[in-house]
Design a protein around this ligand. Sequence first.
Ligand code: 1HN
Length: 345
Amino acid sequence: MSHELGRLEDLPQDYRDDLKNLNLVPLWPSLRAVLPPKVPTRATQAIHWPYATLRPLLLKAGELTPIEKAERRVLVLANPGHGLENMKASPAMYLGMQLLLPGEWAPSHRHTPNAVRMIVEGEGACTTVDGEKCPMSRGDLILTPTGLWHEHGHDGTEPVVWLDVLDLPLVYYMEASYHVNGERQTVKQGSGDRAWTRAGVVPTQVFARSDKRYPMLRYPWVDTRAALVAMAADQPGLDCVQVTYVNPETGADAQNILGFYALMLKPGQTLTLPARSPAQVFHLIEGGVDVSTCGKRFELVEADTCCAPGYEPVTLKNRSADQPSFVFIADESPLHRKLGVYEVR
Ligand code: 1HN
């Protein structure tokens, strides 16, 4: 039973003035707002960003703003529930669609927020992370963990677009967000992540231990997709055919704050994910999927992105009766788990 609490207006004005002058605030008028009963208040709205409407505006940005004037030419997928100017998809997630045109160069820098890139379209671009040159192809996931130098280049002939996912809102909120500009990186020989691309075996470190905290920076889509297809074939009764992007040396989530996953929906499958505390983002790599949450239904086609607040179930339906669909998911689970607030309802 929750009692009606006293309001600010119930207090004499001179008392309120005294408090204010001493930088003091009474808790009880705000207690229910910061600690609502049973379910948190969420500003995050369920929002759909169709790629077909976003793409022409992103290409237009390519005409309007040269790369030198942008450094990173990005349209941010902002959640109106958080205020568009705050550039949040959810409390801890920033999303942006980035365009790099043939011949362009996005210069080297490093920063405290962690980033990943999910490649949406085009061939021929590369991102160099910590000296490692990572080619970009549709569906690949490329990590740019906190503090690592990164720059993007493009030797191909078509525009390349990718989805950036950063924990920027959280790092900014912590007053820990900053960047440092750098020189063009020298690409290292033989430090590639190919040694880690087979699950179950990792390089043996007989003579010297590697000090790389993030041994694998590029997760090629061909390998992730093959893992999902094999998993579905091997376990026909399995409802949730999903893999987690992990650090192959530790088995922990690939990055510290946000979690990344790939999900396969079998032909005709409907899957309801339980209400969990972290907010989620869904990006359709292949197929056609209806996403239903918070009383809304989004009909995702390839390259579409949507988000859902935490504490809400999400139902995913593969619209195809004869083809699987593949979804990239980002969420705030690692953060919630580390803070001890992770919940499944
Ligand atoms: C950033 O460094 C990139 O390197 C993209 O491509 C988006 C958004 C906010 C802060 C840093 C990039 C970013 C970003």
